[in-house]
Design a protein around this ligand. Sequence first.
Ligand SMILES: Cc1cc2nc3c(=O)[nH]c(=O)nc-3n(C[C@H](O)[C@H](O)[C@H](O)COP(=O)(O)O)c2cc1C
Length: 168
Amino acid sequence: MNVLALIKSRRSIRKYKKQIPSDRIIHSVLEAGRWAPSGLNNQPWRFFVVKDNAAKNKLASFTKYSRVIKEAPLIIVICLNLKDSYHREKDLMAIGAYIQNMLLQAHASGLGACWLGEILNKKEEVAHGLCLPKGFELVAVVSLGYPDEFIKAGKRRPLKGSIIPEKS
Ligand SMILES: Cc1cc2nc3c(=O)[nH]c(=O)nc-3n(C[C@H](O)[C@H](O)[C@H](O)COP(=O)(O)O)c2cc1C
């Protein structure tokens, strides 16, 4: 599949089969993230993978998307490493690129994933609940697994709708 077709066919997947992706596939997803661009190449992202049910249930208790977290075989918790941070907005944009790289590699490998941002409403509680070391700030959670849902066509506004009109 060419890159544009891959980008266009990726959807957020919120229901998963029980099958756990192999370490090789998980590694390829993490590797795709690692090659994201970042300002000054500072690579401000850090992550950990959650597989065990107790930790997933704890994480799930901090978001209304708890079902997605509980049912996904794998969760990637993504943080900003404050020590590496040089410009907050740029660092967060770099982490956005990091996450998108992972979502695309997951899709290319036949996995489904969902970027879960709502959990940030309880960022402090998550940090405390998961005993996140000082110096790391939660940015997002990504759920991952083999899709078990009907994949709908995506919706986007037409390209023209994103153009800033010229001043008249
Ligand atoms: C920053 C960000 C936060 C998001 N947070 C959530 C979330 O908390 N829960 C959820 O189900 N989907 C979440 N999503 C997924 C979006 O709902 C989804 O990308 C959007 O509806 C477009 O659908 P698509 O990814 O299938 O093309 C988030 C996406 C982004 C980029």
